[in-house]
Design a protein around this ligand. Structure first.
Ligand code: PRP
Ligand code: ZN
Length: 319
């Protein structure tokens, strides 16, 4: 396979018409070869996933040209074109291949039931799709039977009702679902809850969870080899960033006679780094510690005689 760079430089050297004659390819084909190496990603243009999506790309070392109030932008240092879209439209764009990949909430992805493959859970935009009722109502068995439920997620709600053999009336509305009980449109709402403050401010309480959701990276199901390679390149960076966030770099001082105990607690990536301190009989130990076991390990390290413990964030982690 001749690389697009080669086409480009060849074109520059010989002129496009001669290039086409020599290689017996049409001008259009040559153009597609050159354009094909760009990956197109769809992200939410505003709302709950916007900031984290942009930060993730930045942390992956991808610089984007002025992103504010744009529908489309590009990167100068990664072959990436970014489309800013309504989150509800992202699954369709990815299914159709207008975008190769997208960052979208599972809530939207499952509601739209489009053909897009999840390739990575991104760990942000966590929320749940839940049922809520008036705070003063008692939530008794069969409460939902025959009720009116307002939602922007009719498909997910219907699935839940079917699975639980409940007959209820779904009122689909596109926004401000939380005011539905207050204006007499419905007794129940089915909406996203993250901090819970929207429900609280509207005098509602959560009674059932329908779906736990977070942002995911999705891809079109039939990407070609070149695009898949770019996706994998991006995915490698995303995983390094995620891994770094889950881990901390730890430095501590310990008496030499306690080192074996400390090594057991801190296996590190291969094994810990040990440097002698100026003070006789003491060493400095450097290692990596996972966020999940962080506090527990710190206590055990202190008990094993560790002192002057420093913990610092890791920017990227390649293993
Ligand atoms: C959702 C939902 C609530 C709010 C809940 O809206 O519709 O209004 O978030 O979050 P909270 O529990 O932290 O208060 P979203 O911001 O996703 O906007 P949209 O539904 O209009 O797209
Ligand atoms: Zn939305």
């Amino acid at each position: 396979m001749v690389s697009p760079n080669f086409y480009l430089s060849f074109r520059a050297q010989r002129g496009i018409s001669q290039f086409c004659k020599v290689w017996d390819v049409s001008l259009d084909m040559a153009k597609t070869k050159i354009m094909i190496q760009q990956l197109r990603i769809a992200i939410q243009k505003s709302g709950r996933l916007y900031d984290d999506s942009i930060s993730l790309l930045k942390e992956c070392g991808i610089d984007l040209r002025n992103v504010k109030d744009r529908l489309k932008t590009e990167s100068d240092n990664f072959p990436l074109e970014v489309f800013f879209l309504r989150d509800d439209d992202i699954p369709q764009y990815v299914e159709d291949g207008v975008a190769d990949i997208g960052i979208v909430g599972q809530n939207v992805l499952y509601e739209k039931r489009k053909e897009a493959e999840i390739i990575e859970e991104l760990g942000f935009g966590k929320c749940r799709l839940a049922l809520a009722i008036n705070r003063n109502e008692e939530y008794v068995a069969n409460y939902l039977q025959g009720k009116r439920i307002a939602t922007s997620y009719p498909a997910l709600l219907q699935k839940y009702l079917d699975e639980n053999k409940i007959t209820a009336e779904i009122h689909e509305i596109s926004g401000s679902v939380e005011i539905a009980p207050g204006i007499g449109l419905a007794e129940v709402i089915c909406d996203l809850v993250s901090s819970g403050s929207t429900l609280f401010m509207n005098g509602l309480k959560e009674v059932e969870t329908i779906l736990e959701s977070q942002a995911v990276l999705v891809r079109n199901k039939s990407l070609d080899k070149e695009h898949l390679e770019l996706v994998n390149k991006l995915l490698f960076r995303i995983r390094s960033v995620k891994k770094a966030k889950r881990n901390k770099y730890i430095l501590l001082n310990a008496p030499n006679d306690q080192l074996s105990k400390i090594f057991e607690l801190l296996p590190g990536m291969k094994s810990p780094t040990v440097l002698p301190l100026a003070e006789e009989g003491w060493s400095s130990v450097h290692s990596v510690l996972s966020e999940d076991e962080f506090w527990e390990k710190i206590e055990q390290l202190k008990a094993a005689g560790a002192q002057g413990i420093l913990v610092v964030p890791i920017e990227k982690m390649i293993v």
